[in-house]
Design a protein around this ligand. Structure first.
Ligand SMILES: CC(C)(COP(=O)(O)OP(=O)(O)OC[C@H]1O[C@@H](n2cnc3c(N)ncnc32)[C@H](O)[C@@H]1OP(=O)(O)O)[C@@H](O)C(=O)NCCC(=O)NCCS
Length: 181
């Protein structure tokens, strides 16, 4: 297994594989994935874009993650900004949004998520990183254990994005990452 830094062109070239891993990891239907295709392609061109991929020796995509600098006018940024009490909006002042981080279910639980997250955060611009993840049992959810292991703290809990029935936790931590994490 190799961990590769990806530029925008790499993500776009392997968009089918990215959507396949994303769909398998999140349990999303092909119909929902089709609606995400254009968004993900557009994200690759955003300022501060950083991406990593876990690729097997045979070239199969096992996982990926990406993010970019969060800014006004971006849907996610504006939703979070509106929900935060004014003093807490400092989180968004120079912020890397970790947009997606997924490992194919067949490869989960082997440290790939942790390796991808570390590489992304080491490459990320900005003074903070924020992400949203579906609310889950912190003790048993791989995602929550992963983020807590990197010292992410609660920024918003039980947050609901328009058009999504699920509740989300919005988590953040300062950047850069200390070498001990
Ligand atoms: C979340 C995700 C990226 C983590 O990647 P991963 O390669 O499976 O996870 P890792 O092997 O790096 O382990 C991450 C944490 O999960 C824990 N973990 C591993 N197997 C586990 C299991 N069976 N049950 C509970 N926790 C487990 C690890 O111990 C680690 O926590 P720790 O640091 O406290 O030990 C991946 O599981 C995934 O894509 N999940 C589905 C999609 C998702 O939730 N994406 C992120 C939210 S948007």
């Amino acid at each position: 297994m190799r961990l590769l830094p990806w530029g925008p062109g790499d993500l776009l070239r392997r968009l089918d594989d990215v959507l396949s891993v994303y769909g398998a990891a999140m349990g999303y239907s092909p119909e929902l994935l089709a609606t995400r295709r254009g968004y993900i392609a557009a994200h690759a061109h955003r300022q501060g874009f950083r991406a990593v991929a876990s690729v097997t020796d045979e070239g199969t995509l096992a996982g990926f993650g990406y993010g970019y600098l969060s800014g006004p006018g971006q849907w996610w940024h504006d939703q979070i900004c509106a929900a935060l009490p004014r003093p807490d909006r400092i989180w968004l002042a120079d912020c890397f949004e970790l947009v997606e981080l997924h490992v194919h279910p067949a490869a989960q639980g082997n440290g790939l998520g942790r390796t991808q997250l570390r590489a992304l955060l080491e490459a990320a611009p900005g003074r903070t990183v924020l992400l949203s993840t579906p609310e889950a049992d912190e003790a048993t959810s791989r995602a929550w254990r992963l983020y807590r292991g990197f010292d992410f703290v609660d920024v918003l809990r039980g947050f609901r994005f328009p058009g999504d029935e699920r509740a989300f936790g919005v988590l953040g931590r300062p950047l850069p990452l200390p070498s001990r994490v």
